[in-house]
Design a protein around this ligand. Structure first.
Ligand code: NAP
Length: 260
């Protein structure tokens, strides 16, 4: 059964750190969690403008505050197009929901054993899960630096925690998320110099009912498979509680910090 928000649950969808009419970018907006994050952000009148980015050309959120851009941000040319379209306009919230675990077309599946490792699969997951988010931040530096408040939130996964690795397996995914976390932590340090009001966060969404988790849902404990809408509300609340002192940290959907 998929866990939905309890009736009494009130997602705040409010970022007191960000100004009224703030500008947000959501990447992976065609994915399960990215799509739900867009809807969660749209619940707040504080949002001014949202740029939803996806490879999906048909994406439409039916809200005048949303601009959809059809881009593949794993590609340098499309990151450059985004950078050109923004110029040095301030971005207040960058939520990255791009990520991959398995890819049937590329015959990529999480490894259980060493002999299943492939250089191509390892490189692909590193590219999508680790290189793409940091190269995106690099492309948007002009919009993130300055004196305005900024939150950069990027979806990681608990299995990327080296301390938490008690089961092994999933080499490429674990390694790509650990690399993601190191890159975000490092960016947090530089962005703090470029913008004292910046907050960079790695987030674990729990297990959400999306195409990414679909093949692995049978082994999820009862009550621990969440709807994307529930996860999005929880993550928005987790982000809303953070301050610049929290920059460069890793949190789960319930608001608990995760060890690196
Ligand atoms: N679902 C879970 O249980 C779970 C658990 C832990 C962590 N996460 C993390 O949460 C993030 C979002 O996952 P999700 O569950 O929402 O998965 P999803 O529904 O599969 O969405 C992921 C999105 O990432 C983009 N993407 C994936 N592969 C790509 C590629 N090769 N090239 C370009 N873009 C690509 C796509 O965005 P567009 O379609 O918009 O182009 C895709 O829709 C991922 O980083 C994942 O690792 C998820």
């Amino acid at each position: 059964m998929i866990a939905e928000p309890p009736v009494s649950y009130k997602g705040t969808a409010m970022f007191s750190h960000l100004p009224h009419s703030y500008t947000a970018i959501v990447t992976g907006a065609g994915g399960g969690i990215g799509h739900a994050i867009v809807h969660a952000l749209l619940k707040s009148s504080r949002l001014g403008r949202l740029i939803a980015i996806s490879r999906d050309k048909s994406l439409n959120f039916d809200d005048a505050r949303v601009t959809t851009l059809s881009l593949d941000l794993t590609q340098e040319g499309d990151r450059h197009r985004l950078k050109q379209s923004l110029g040095d306009q301030s971005v207040h919230l960058l939520f990255n929901a791009i990520g991959t675990l398995h890819d049937e077309q590329l015959s990529i599946w999480p490894e259980k054993h060493l002999e299943q490792l492939s250089a191509d699969a390892l490189a692909h997951l590193m590219h999508v899960n680790a290189s793409t988010p940091i190269l995106l931040i690099a492309a948007l530096t002009a919009s993130l630096q300055g004196k305005h408040p900024v939150i950069v939130a990027s979806l990681s996964a608990r299995v990327g925690s080296i301390n938490d690795n008690g089961f092994g397996g999933w080499y490429s995914y674990r390694a790509s998320k650990a690399a993601h976390n190191m890159l975000m932590k490092t960016a947090a340090i530089e962005l703090a110099r470029l913008n004292k009001r910046s907050i960079v966060l790695c987030l674990h969404p729990g297990t959400a009912d999306t195409p990414l988790s679909q093949p692995f849902q049978a082994r999820v404990p009862q009550g621990k498979l969440f709807s994307p809408a529930f996860v999005a509300q929880c993550l928005v609340d987790v982000i809303a509680k953070r301050t610049p002192e929290d920059t460069g940290s890793f949190w789960d959907w319930s608001g608990k910090p995760i060890e690196w």
